[in-house]
Design a protein. Sequence first.
Length: 327
Amino acid sequence: MDLASIIHLWQLDIPAPPHPVLRDRYLGVLLGTAVGNMLGVPVESLTKSHIQRLFPHGLRSIEPMEQHRPWDDDLAQSALIAEALLKTGELDVADLGIMLSAWRRENGRGIGNLTARVIDAIEDGYPASETAERVWRADGRGPAGNGAVMRCAPVALRWMADPEQLVEQTMRSAQITHYDERCQWSAVALNVALALVLRGITIEEQKLAAALERSGAPEAVVEAILEAERQALAGLELDDPQSMGYTLKTMQVGLWALHHADDFEGRLVEVVNEGGDTDTNGAVAGAVLGAALGNSAIPKDWRQLIPGRGKLERLAYDLLLVTARLK
């Protein structure tokens, strides 16, 4: 894997944003993940037309009871990755397996089928470093769900200034449950875009696709990146039952949000009302919009509904402090 093309994207002569701006953006990523996830939970797996029937004027509010519920898997696993990164900065697959197993016992809300099967195998004694591949092969090498891309954003926060570590640690964050290369590289694509937008750089999809292609990304990922540039949000057909929850679809949602980051609330509402895997698409779009616009752009009444908001804020601050020392 030759990362020279990805590393080159970091060599643009643009100064890093001042610390208060970065702090707002770091908070925006984790709290944006939270509110996007929470907004989408009630309509998960519904079609766009079904949502329109339920909410003629569109789903625009977070269900108030969410503030009393445990974190859904998108947010919970993102926080878990953030905690793991703050230990040493480099993710350990065996340690992640232990953390995921503990999370399922204590919470487990919204856990995906593939992740559950991997945890089952780990708890049965299979090595965490081999389990995801074992499950993937047993399923005919077909599953490429979005469980890795949904939780990868904290890696961009931790390794914003180091593209080599960003790629390696993003792949590790995926490999614990999602062995398929499409899952790993879609998470890398999203995190490269996230890391750059945190620095104030909005990358063009053609440049991103070219850099990933030269670095060894699968053709399907490269084509999906280019398609995201050509398609309107409706054209992504997020509620298509054949591709709902597909890792490349969720990556495309993130890239769409990157180029439409002009209104946090409006754009997030737009994504969720398209239907499909709304909680995960909302989480990823929320992370990207938060990176571009900052925590200050998230509606205050939404932020107040986030359970455990203080913990997420501490994780964001700690990740920023570590990253600032590395620059």
